[in-house]
Design a protein around this ligand. Structure first.
Ligand code: HEC
Ligand code: HEC
Length: 155
């Protein structure tokens, strides 16, 4: 019995050591010891250049290229739709929400924005100028297609 407990403690220590080694990507605390207070990261400004960004794949919800501070989206009002709805785009020159935003889950087209797509920020997010925390090895499909040796295909 005593032996089992000892093994248990040893295992626990080993797993804690692993956690400590991985600690350098702790976005909340950084590598600051528990009893020290950390100097907080600056708040990075939202990119607000009104330039639409390319998408990583066709079905990606495009990221928002403008600020959305104080844009109300609740039961009574949807500020996004005051520019992005079908009837408003002539005036706002914003891109219209696409047809998928009018479809219910069975694929029927509704006359109005589907309730599934009402809360825009579930899928669309603005971007800040913050530096990335981890490297990104994403390769665009067009680049993949241009490299036949990588996908095993010929000519
Ligand atoms: C005052 C009008 C206005 C409001 C309100 C507004 N937008 Fe926009 N939005 C635009 C315009 C104009 C563009 C085109 C790019 C630009 O000028 O920023 C745009 C671009 C976008 C795009 C990029 C589309 C693409 O194909 O790249 C997304 C996504 C978007 N808005 C989402 C939202 C969401 C979500 C909200 C509400 C939180 C919102 N917008 C509120 C005017 C508006
Ligand atoms: C459940 C996820 C989801 C929600 C919620 C959602 N969208 Fe989208 N949106 C997408 C996806 C995915 C795309 C890209 C593919 C497509 O058009 O369906 C898109 C595309 C867009 C585009 C680009 C349209 C185009 O033709 O280039 C705009 C603008 C947009 N959404 C605005 C909005 C606004 C405004 C709202 C809130 C009223 C909203 N979306 C809610 C997922 C969502």
């Amino acid at each position: 019995m005593q032996r089992l407990i000892l093994i248990g403690i040893a295992l626990l220590c080993a797993s804690l050591a692993v956690f400590a080694a991985e600690g350098d990507l702790d976005a909340l605390r950084g590598n600051v010891p528990l009893l020290q207070e950390r100097t907080p990261e600056p708040l990075y400004p939202v990119e607000n250049q009104d330039l639409r960004r390319s998408r990583a794949y066709p079905m990606q919800p495009p990221t928002i290229p403008h600020k959305i501070d104080n844009y109300q989206v609740d039961l009574n009002a949807n500020r996004c739709m005051s520019c992005h709805s079908r009837s408003r785009v002539a005036q706002s020159q914003a891109p219209m929400i696409s047809v998928t935003h009018y479809m219910d889950r069975d694929g029927n087209f509704l006359a109005e924005l589907s309730p599934r797509r009402y809360f825009c920020n579930q899928c669309h997010v603005p971007q800040t100028t913050a530096p990335t925390q981890v490297d990104n090895t994403f390769v665009d499909i067009e680049e993949l297609l241009r490299q036949p040796q990588r996908n095993g295909g010929g000519g």
